[in-house]
Write a protein that binds this ligand. Structure first.
Ligand code: F6R
Length: 230
């Protein structure tokens, strides 16, 4: 079971998965997915909804059954009940094996903005003005970016068996450094991943630029025992 993210960061990942599927190297027929988040107020056909994003960039390109894909419903009438049902559905489906994550320039994961409880579960969150500005590039204007989202909580994310965080570009460098080397704090929700037993981070040079121990991480990578490279 896969936990999936939207935004610019995972686009290449989805392209690669689709290409591998086209080459018959990967089969999604038995895969179940749960997305991290959705804008409150946007229906699945809204051009900026994450449901539409997932259809366009991934689901339509692989053999995944629609009924196996789950995204919070931005139009849910009873949001707390919908969030509780989303949590239950994850558990009933067996829990997330691999959670794919991007990171916000403010250190959010999912849409758990700074100040989010590190034990939080799926719920309604209010976006920060910074995230609204960051995401305005997908809309005609910042005023059109919804103020609210339904997002898995930090606690929901920590329950995944493995996490893979992707971060590219210099705009993510400060958040990446705070996530990996800063104190664990609700001020940087991604820092909660320091408690995760199996979390990997994949960065480019620009996103790694503020890591104090970058040389050590390269050294670790160069000296990995063979059994760890598989
Ligand atoms: C999206 C999500 C967010 C994004 C983050 C980075 O589902 O959960 O946490 O991963 O806002 O967004 P991009 O990749 O657009 O920089």
């Amino acid at each position: 079971m896969l936990g999936l993210a939207t935004g610019s960061t995972p686009l290449e990942f989805y392209d690669e998965m689709a290409a591998m599927h086209a080459r018959k190297e990967v089969d999604f027929s038995e895969v179940t997915t749960f997305n991290l988040d959705e804008y409150a107020g946007l229906g699945p056909d809204h051009p900026q909804s994450y449901a539409r994003f997932m259809r366009e960039h991934f689901f339509s390109k692989v053999n995944i059954a629609h009924w196996r894909t789950h995204i919070p419903n931005g139009l849910a009438a009873d949001i707390p009940a919908h969030c509780a049902a989303y949590e239950l559905a994850i558990v009933e489906a067996g829990g997330i094996d691999l959670q794919l994550l991007g990171i916000g320039s403010d250190g959010h994961i999912g849409f758990n903005e700074p100040g989010s409880s590190l034990g939080s579960r799926t719920r309604l969150k209010t976006l920060t003005e910074g995230t609204i500005r960051d995401n305005a590039r997908f809309f005609d204007s910042p005023a059109e970016v919804p103020r609210h989202v339904i997002t898995m909580g930090v606690g929901t994310i920590l329950d995944a068996r493995r996490c893979l965080v992707l971060a590219f570009g210099k705009g993510k460098a400060a958040a990446v450094a705070a996530m990996v080397e800063g104190p664990v704090t609700a001020d940087v929700p991604a820092s909660a991943l320091q408690f995760h037993p199996s979390c990997s981070l994949l960065v480019d040079e620009a996103a790694a630029a503020k890591l104090k121990r970058a040389d050590y991480y390269r050294w670790v990578h160069a000296n990995k025992p063979d059994w760890q490279r598989a």
